[in-house]
Each structure stands twice: as C-alpha cells, then as structure tokens.
Design a binder for this molecule. Structure first.
Ligand SMILES: [Zn+2]
Length: 105
C-alpha cells in the first residue's frame, strides 16, 4: 500500500474477525447462533483462500497512510521552520514568565 500523504510504501496491520458457520445444504439455519456468516458446504470444496482475500479487502483502510508520527512528508511540503526572531517573540515560556511577574495581566 502507498501512503496517501507522503507516497512512500506503508504497511498497515489489518484486523479482521469473521465468524462462519459451515452448514449442510439442508441444515436448519434458524438454529444457528446470530452473527455468523453462513457457508453452505456443497459438493465443491470450500475456497478458503478467496474467502480470506475477500475479508482482507473489506478490512483494508480506504485511504492508507502512515501514522502521523511516522509519516515522512516529501521535502517542500513541510512547514517552513520559523526563524529565530519569531521563536523568541512568540515563545510561550516567555509569555508565561510575564504572566507570573504581573498577576494583573
Ligand atoms: Zn506517509
């Protein structure tokens, strides 16, 4: 999968839980517990692989992307670093220090 934010490959854990009830063609479906997908066992062997494939596709995220902390944004998209002057002017700690000095603010 390709991260839609940085276009780098991303591997995401997929979690899917499915319950299947394999029944005979003439089984009484009313007696099955709720929440089970019914698979009718006929003459054909069960195609488990395509079944799993289908479940995985359903479990895939619609927009794959890295965890924001892990995402490597391409150069040029990142926010420009504030220059030193700006940092000292808008430093939250200096604002806090001012507040402490003058409680009437
Ligand atoms: Zn990414």
């Amino acid at each position: 999968m390709i991260c839609q934010r940085c276009l780098e490959p991303v591997s995401l854990p997929i979690r899917s839980e499915c319950h299947y009830a394999i029944v005979k063609p003439d089984a009484d479906l009313q007696s099955l517990p709720k929440g089970y997908d019914v698979l009718e066992a006929g003459e054909e062997p069960l195609d488990l692989l395509s079944l799993i494939e289908e479940e995985m596709l359903l479990a895939l995220p619609i927009v794959p992307a890295h965890d924001p902390a892990d995402c490597q944004q391409p150069v040029g998209v990142t926010e420009p670093e504030p220059c030193e002057d700006e940092v000292s002017r808008s430093n939250p700690f200096s604002v806090l220090a001012q507040l402490k000095r003058d409680p009437n603010v």
